[in-house]
Every structure is written in C-alpha cells, then in structure tokens.
Design a protein around this ligand. Structure first.
Ligand code: ADP
Ligand code: ASP
Ligand code: MG
Length: 481
C-alpha cells in the first residue's frame, strides 16, 4: 500500500468522457488499497472563460458575462447529466453548480460597479473553475459509492498577497495540511481538492499562477508525506520538445528534478515551474502520466542524474519575450550599473528570464515577457538617467519578435563541447544567435534567436535530443527505466 497525491489537469477533467476516465483511475488505485489525495484543475477552458467574464464586467458588458456564465453552467451540468444517474444526487450537485455560478455573477456585478478588475477580485473569480470541477467530480465518485470529501484549497494553502502569482507561507501551510488532512487520509476517505489557489492569512483568495494546480498538488504531496506525486495530463510524459513544435517529440522515461525545473522555467508547459520546489528536499518522486493512456508508465522525475551518451535531453522555446540591451563604452569599470538595472526592472514588476553580458563589459542584455518590456525600458532609463547624460551609457535598446530557446540536460556538466555543437549546428543552418546564457547549474544553455527562426532552430536541435533518447534506449536495456 502506498500514499499518492495525484493531480488531474484541465483536459483530463475537460469532458464527461475524460472525467469517466479519471474516476476509473481513482477507483482503481483505491481498489488496490492505496491512499489518495486528489487535486483537480478546472475543466479545460474554464479559467480563461472566468477571466473573460472579468474583462467583460469591467467594460460593463453584462450581456457577454451572462452568456459566458451560461456556457460555464452548461459545461458542468453536462457532466452531471452524463455521469450521475440518481435524480436526487443530480439535483443536489446541480443546486451547488447553480449557487457557484450565481456567486461568479455577483463578483462580475461588483467588477462592473468598480469599473476595473483588481488582481484580488480577478483571483477570487478565477478560483471558481476548480471549485466547480472538484464538486462535480466528487459527486460523480460519490454516486459510484466511493467515499470522498470535497475540499477547497484556501483552507490549506496559505500564501503571501502576490495576487496572480502567490507563494505559500510554508510553516502555516504545513500546519494546516498536516493538522487538517493527514487523519482523513488515514481513515480511508479520499479528499478531492481544488488546485490552483490558496488564501492570504486573512482569507483573501490568491492564485498560484497559470497552470498552478501542479504546484498545489506538490504542496499537498510534500506535507502529506506521499510516496509519489502523479501529474495526470494529456500527453504520455515529459517529451524531448513540445509536440506542437515538432511532432517527432518522444517521451523521456526519466528526468532529474533539476532538468524538469529548467524545462518548466524555460517554457515547457507540461509542468508549472515551481512544482518541484516542495518535493525536492523530501525526495518525493514525481511521475507525469497520461490520463488517456494510463498503461503507459510516463516520465519519472527524481534526484538521480542520469548520465547520457549524447547529453542533450530536451529543447524548449518561449515566445512573446523582448530583449533589452544596455550599452555604452563608458560602462567599463563603472560598478553597479547591472545591479541598478535589475533592481529597476524588479521595481517595474518584471521577472528576468535570461541575462547575458559581453566580456568587454560594453553591453549586457536581459529578457522579459513582452507585456512588461516598455515599462522596464522606461524604469531602466529613469534609473540610469545620470549615466545616460554623462554618456557612460549610450542607450537602452528594446528588441521584440525574439524567442528564447533552451537546451536542457544535466549531462552537459563536465562534458566539453556541448555548446560548440549546439552553435555550430545553428551556424550550419544560418540561424543567427543574438545572445547566449548558460545556467550556473550547467544543466541548460539558453539563447535568443529571431521569432521567425523558432521552429527551424527547435527542429534542428531536437535531432540532438532524439539521438540521446535513442542511445539511452539502447544503453538502458535491463536498467530500471
Ligand atoms: P494540464 O491541463 O494537464 O495541466 P497542460 O496543457 O498544462 O496540461 O500541459 C500539457 C501540455 O504541455 C501538452 O499537451 C503539450 O502540448 C505541452 N508541452 C509543452 N512542452 C512539452 C514537453 N516538453 N513535454 C510534454 N508536453 C509539453
Ligand atoms: N485552471 C488553472 C489554469 O488554467 C490552473 C491549472 O489548470 O493548473 O491556469
Ligand atoms: Mg498545466
């Protein structure tokens, strides 16, 4: 018998058929004698719909948010009608859905009165997707005589007040989960818990960032001391690249915590970038599996770094980023310019994705997401006003229509020539590299190319990762993965 935390993503709970599959997986694990904590996302598309409602409400467009709320209600009642037979059971959960959709509408009315969507009210509204899906899924399981209890995560995940991207306050979160949930699991009741959101200590709802249900699940896995965290999604596992960028993408049987951290940070949507944070020190293994192909063993993620013959395991790409370059001959030897630039960027609310400096110290560049770029440029120019006046700094230039591409593989640590191989390959295909950075972990190399080169660059570099998978498959015969 083992204890699992398992999370089902948006597509996995996105239709009656998908939810039937989820229910089968849960019932199978319980029948095998395991203890489970189940964390669920909103049905696919629902979080976006809620955010669209908020935007419509801010514009005073009542007709639009009413129309979207009708779609929301129909999506959930469709599941109830398809999967719950008993009239009484249906009307109980149908009533709950009506009530929740009613609360969404009240929030929309409040937004209309305010005339704007504050981050706080946006998070409150966005949390309704998970509130709805978890209740419907719990009702379906209950109708099949499975002993479950539906729980809202704001009672357990306590966070700071960084709305839209909140971080847990760890000791408080640990106390709530250990004290409030540990016993229920032991008593053979399966909690069906909302992912995605928590609350501040004074009870305001906060979300953990888009895709944050993975992170929520990892938090529960850590404090429930689970034997494994399973992320059930719509692909067979973590792949050598985004299958939408290159259809030849193959499933990686094993990646390390560090590798998955880099992959997620640099754009592999398959996991929220903070997912490994709560489990890494506890050594809780993570497995990414496919809800729609449950016989596939998926990708396992753990502490061990696996040596690979050809080193590069996966390629990611991030679109919609801009690069800022601070340059000037007079910068040489003037201390603090980089530090002040990054502080000014942080002050503008930007998260820096990649930094690179030329060895002559005459320029350095860094990358932020597009929507932040103009504000960051203004903030940096204001901060460096004196240096610009005195011509120590010539300019702060902004370049858009670029992408960050990252090659990941922990085997590149101590393997000379990997960067050389990557850049000669790009050179051979006449792909111009605008800036390069290697993570200090030596587990990834990131670089910037024009957006128009994205697919070509990924496909060419992907050949290196496909080689690795093939070599590992050959050397791994008889090994545990
Ligand atoms: P969920 O709703 O289950 O959380 P997501 O849509 O957030 O699922 O993440 C799964 C998707 O991530 C896949 O369908 C795939 O298109 C995309 N993806 C991007 N990069 C990768 C990768 N390297 N490996 C696997 N999937 C990836
Ligand atoms: N429903 C949330 C989102 O769409 C969280 C998640 O699915 O992980 O971002
Ligand atoms: Mg996701």
């Amino acid at each position: 018998m083992a204890r699992y935390a398992m999370k089902f993503g948006g597509t996995s709970v996105g239709s009656p058929e998908a939810i039937a599959q989820v229910v089968e997986i849960i019932r199978r694990f319980i029948a095998e004698g395991h203890e489970l904590a189940v964390i669920v996302s909103a049905m696919s598309g629902v979080t976006d719909m809620l955010l669209d409602c908020a935007a419509a409400a801010a514009n005073g467009d009542r007709e639009s948010f009413l129309a979207i709320s009708d779609v929301l209600r129909a999506k959930h009642t469709g599941v109830i009608d398809a999967l719950i037979a008993g009239e009484d059971d249906r009307s109980v959960i149908g009533g709950e859905v009506d009530e929740l959709v009613g609360s969404c509408l009240e929030l929309c009315e409040a937004i209309t009165i305010l005339g704007e969507v504050t981050p706080r009210i946006s998070d409150a509204l966005a949390s309704f997707g998970e509130r709805l899906s978890s209740r419907v899924i719990a009702a379906v399981l209950r109708a099949q005589a499975t002993s479950v209890t539906q729980l809202d995560s704001d009672a357990y995940i306590i966070t700071d007040n960084q709305y839209g991207d909140a971080d847990p306050i760890w000791p408080e979160t640990e106390a709530r989960i250990v004290g409030g949930l540990g016993a229920a699991l032991g008593a053979g009741v399966t909690p069906i818990i909302t992912g995605f959101f928590g609350a501040t200590p004074d009870g305001a709802i906060t979300t953990l960032g888009r895709g944050g249900s993975d992170f929520a699940a990892a938090i529960f896995a850590a404090y429930l001391d689970c034997d494994e965290l399973i992320i059930w999604t719509d692909v067979d596992g973590v792949m050598t690249t985004d299958p939408r960028l290159d259809e030849r993408a193959r499933v990686l049987p094993y990646v390390s915590y560090q590798e998955i951290g880099e992959l997620a940070f640099y754009g592999a949507k398959v996991l929220h970038p903070k997912t490994v944070q709560p489990i890494i020190n506890r050594g809780i293994p993570l497995r990414v599996r496919n809800t729609f192909n449950p016989d596939h063993s998926g990708t396992s993620v753990g502490a061990r770094t696996q040596p690979s013959a050809t080193v590069i395991k996966a390629i990611t790409g991030i679109r919609d980023v801009s690069m800022l370059t601070v340059s000037g001959r007079g910068m040489l030897g003037v201390p603090g310019i980089a530090g002040r630039t990054f502080l000014a960027s942080a002050g503008a609310g930007a998260n820096i994705l990649m930094i690179s400096q030329s060895s002559s110290e005459q320029s350095f560049c860094f990358t932020v997401i597009d929507p932040m770029a103009r504000a960051v440029k203004q903030a940096v120019e204001a901060e460096l006003q004196r240096e610009i006046q005195h011509r120590h700094v010539d300019s702060v230039d902004l370049l858009s229509d670029i992408v960050i591409i990252t090659v990941v593989g922990s085997g590149m640590r101590g393997t000379p020539g990997v960067a050389g191989r990557v850049f000669s390959l790009l050179g051979e295909h006449r792909i111009n590299v605008l800036a390069i950075a290697q993570g200090s972990s030596e587990c990834s190399i990131s670089f910037i190319v024009a957006e128009s080169d994205l697919e070509r660059a990924v496909r060419e570099l992907h050949n290196l990762a496909l080689e690795t998978v093939e070599n590992d498959r050959i050397t791994a015969v008889g090994s545990p993965y």
